[in-house]
Design a protein around this ligand. Structure first.
Ligand SMILES: Nc1ncnc2c1ncn2[C@@H]1O[C@H](COP(=O)(O)OP(=O)(O)OP(=O)(O)O)[C@@H](O)[C@H]1O
Length: 762
């Protein structure tokens, strides 16, 4: 036990000291200086810390203690019962004194001596804990490399401010803390993993922050978790350059946002925009659009309700392809042409700008701007020009008429005629001057008004529902049949005033290119989770409108249940959209047991795609069980019995997964009628309730996890098709500890096609 550890006493003392120091800092920020000094004196009386250089005096004179910001203070308070989770001993080359560094989620420095009391896990030197083996190591900080010797890596378990366990990690011990943390129960929310981040994960969290990154990670490999830790690392590293509101997380749905919501503040990340692609595009467009529910097509594919499924699949894929982007680019070139002025710009009789020069500005000078913003800019250029030229025009007119008048005064023509001439000239002068003044006010608006002005939907509709126009731009890229099908499909959809999710990429792209998006939506760094369900064009559109390639993209092609419209190959994303991106893979799965992963891997193999088999971290449990059901009521009763047992065994979160929403509705109805369990049927825009059993459809379960999962097939079985295999794989990789399957026979879960040893039949 920990008390037997030779350093137990020293570590307890150190913990005590740290807690007291934290309390002092907290009090200092909350009270005035006088009371602070008094409190400090009292609270540290009698403290004698062997392992540190913080004397009572240095603290007393450390006026910086009083200058903690509100945020820091909040974090200090939050972590005072668990100030750190690990320690490393590091002797830097050419330095005499070995450093003993305590790693936590917040940093605490003696600002006078610059001695760290707690080192933030995101700091450069903390990398030694995650990356370095014991022995010769090095770390980088601000471009410099520091070499040295790592003699100790120690983990602590601290609960309620008390030291419970000390574990020293050497080359031979496996990571017991990881094992312990994986065997815990899920709380139906994602958690932070700072004390057990693994080396392969650390490499992703700390990968070059100035480059995009694409991560292909197996189910349960920690993609979501790591993406969030990378945000935290980013915010820490670039605290001076970036604020959280310049970052955005794109998640698949509201349910998922709720699922990850608690971990962000824990990691020191607040006020970050968390949204879905659909909602983001809606904000960019600034108008409400009616969307066919995003999973509708998937469900119709699953239920085999689509006529002409091959063409519908082709069309979904096409709308998300870079080929479609090429067609739109051709169209955009022509849209720009319509915005180029053909007439010179006049105020009264004065030509102030040649149309050619204005065209030059719009086409080349301002090409960094969206089209309509270029026109706004031209408008401002003309307004300024009119303002500066007005005086010159007036002077010129005055000079002209004054010259005429002068000539008239000295002319020999008889006085009547002369008088009439002069009076006419004076009138003309007046008239011209008035005309200039009036024209100077209205000429610009009148000129700009001659240029076409349409909204996004006009441009969208013109291309997608007018066969002749579409044909012009698709010429040579699509064959006649497909053009015909495409236009027909789109006209039908739009006659109902509807769009589908696949249309959002082109809408966003057109919006960005023609109109631009609001400043506050122009985030500078984007994290996309479940990215396998994005299309190439979606990613390209985002990158284009946001004018940045700083993306962290994580996903798993094996879970690409929307692959008819999603990504099939990361190399296309890397080569054609994010050429600066690094590409990493995570093959180890941390979520589930060896036994559950083996069964899921068998299902994955049915896909016959080149997907690597997932390696589970060694943690054992029961094999998944298969229960034969005779009637629906029988199934409900069996499941209720099992769930009660699972609760007795300490499981906290239990989910029942049905293939489709319809199946889930049926399950919910039966559970309500024939059981006493409290049930929640999950919907896309909901929060998961604590203490209720969740019924969720396989497509919606993606990304979530539960202690125990029961997959049930009353009416809908998983078929031998790519979508169904992926849905089954997603469902089977949700549990942490326990999986059982309920169906009429093994075929319901394709288990007749796999090695039967991976399951227990009951
Ligand atoms: N290093 C780690 N230490 C402790 N727990 C970990 C670690 N890595 C991952 N986990 C746990 O594994 C589980 C899976 O993580 P996460 O949901 O981030 O994976 P994922 O790759 O996004 O999964 P999926 O693609 O299946 O949705 C979580 O419970 C997470 O806390």
């Amino acid at each position: 036990m920990s008390k037997a550890h030779p350093d137990y006493e020293n570590e307890t003392e150190r913990l005590d000291f740290t807690k007291k120091y934290m309390n002092v800092v907290i009090q200092a920020s909350e009270s005035n200086e006088e009371t602070f000094r008094e409190n400090l004196k009292q609270s540290l009386e009698g403290m004698d810390i062997k392992d540190s250089s913080f004397s009572y005096m240095t603290m007393l004179t450390n006026s910086n203690l009083l200058q903690r910001t509100g945020d820091e203070l909040k974090r200090l308070k939050k972590f005072r019962n668990k100030p750190y989770f690990a320690r490393i001993n590091f002797l830097q080359e050419n330095v005499n004194q070995e450093e003993h560094l305590y790693l936590g989620k917040v940093s605490l420095f003696d600002k006078e001596t610059q001695q760290p009391i707690i080192v933030d896990w995101r700091s450069p030197i903390a990398n030694l804990y995650y990356d370095g083996r014991l022995g010769e190591v090095s770390y980088e900080s601000e471009g410099d490399t520091y070499h040295g010797f790592l003699s100790l890596k120690r983990q602590f378990i601290i609960e309620n401010g008390e030291l419970q366990e000390i574990r020293d990690i050497d080359l031979t011990t496996t990571d017991e803390l990881l094992q312990m943390s994986l065997s815990e129960s899920a709380s139906n929310r994602l958690t932070e993993i700072v004390s057990t981040i693994q080396e392969e994960q650390n490499n992703i969290i700390r990968a070059d922050l100035n480059r995009p990154i694409i991560v292909q990670g197996a189910a349960g490999s920690g993609k979501t978790t790591i993406a969030l830790h990378r945000i935290s690392y980013f915010i820490y590293t670039f605290a001076e350059k970036f604020t959280a509101d310049q970052l955005m997380i794109l998640a698949p749905n509201r349910l998922f946002i709720d699922y990850i919501s608690e971990v962000l503040p824990e990691l020191g990340v607040e006020n970050i925009l968390q949204t879905t692609f659909v909602d983001y595009v809606r904000s960019c467009i600034g108008k409400k659009i009616k969307l066919v529910p995003p999973d509708d097509k998937l469900l119709r594919f699953i239920n085999q309700e689509i006529d002409n499924p091959e063409l519908v699949k082709w069309m979904s894929e096409f709308k998300g392809s870079l080929l479609f982007r090429d067609i739109i680019d051709r169209y955009l070139e022509d849209i720009l042409k319509t915005l180029l002025p053909t007439e010179d710009f006049y105020v009264s009789k004065f030509r102030l700008y040649h149309a050619m020069n204005l065209r030059q500005l719009i086409e080349y000078e301002y090409r960094y701007l969206p089209f309509y913003q270029r026109i706004d800019k031209i408008k401002r250029v003309l307004q300024n020009h009119v303002r500066t030229e007005k005086k010159r025009m007036i002077d010129k007119v005055i000079k002209f008429y004054d010259g005429k008048l002068e000539k008239a005064l000295y002319s020999k023509v008889n006085s009547e005629k002369r008088k009439a001439y002069i009076s006419k000239a004076l009138d003309k002068k007046e008239e011209t001057l008035n005309d200039i003044k009036k024209e100077a006010r209205v000429a610009v608006n009148r000129y700009i008004k001659k240029l076409p002005k349409h909204d996004l939907f006009y441009y969208f509709k013109q291309l997608l529902t007018n066969k002749e126009i579409f044909k012009k731009y698709a010429d040579g890229l699509l064959d006649e049949d497909k053009i015909e099908f495409f236009i027909h499909y789109q006209m039908k959809l739009m006659s109902k005033g509807m769009f589908e999710i696949e249309d959002l990429a082109s809408l966003l792209y057109l919006q960005g290119k023609i109109f631009g998006i609001d400043q506050q939506l122009r985030v500078k760094n984007i994290v996309i989770d479940e990215a396998q369900d994005y299309s190439y064009f979606q990613l390209f559109a985002l990158k284009t409108v946001l004018e940045t390639d700083m993306f962290t993209i994580v996903g798993d092609l094996a879970q690409g249940i929307h692959s008819y419209r999603g990504i099939k190959d990361w190399s296309i994303v890397q080569n054609e959209i994010f050429p600066r991106a690094s590409y990493k893979t995570l093959q180890k799965s941390y979520r589930t047991t060896v036994e559950i992963m083996e069964a899921a891997n068998q299902i994955l193999k049915l896909l016959k795609l080149e997907l690597p088999i997932v390696e589970p971290v060694v943690r054992h449990g029961q094999k998944p069980s298969f229960h034969t059901i005779s009637t629906k009521i029988d199934a409900i009763q069996l499941m209720e019995q099992e769930i009660n047992q699972l609760y007795k065994r300490g499981m906290k979160t239990v989910a029942i997964i049905g293939k489709t929403n319809k199946e889930c509705q049926e399950l919910a109805k039966l559970f309500k009628k024939h059981s006493s369990l409290s049930i929640q049927v999950l919907k896309e825009n909901q929060e998961i309730h604590k203490d209720e059993i969740v019924i969720v459809s396989s497509n919606l379960s993606k990304g979530l996890e539960f202690d125990a999962v029961l997959i049930c097939s009353l009416d809908d079985s998983f078929l031998d098709s790519e979508i169904d295999i992926k849905l089954l794989y997603v469902s089977m990789t949700r549990p942490l500890h326990h999986l059982s399957l309920y169906g009429k026979d093994l075929t319901c879960f394709l288990l007749d096609q796999v090695n039967e040893d991976v399951i227990i039949k009951l």
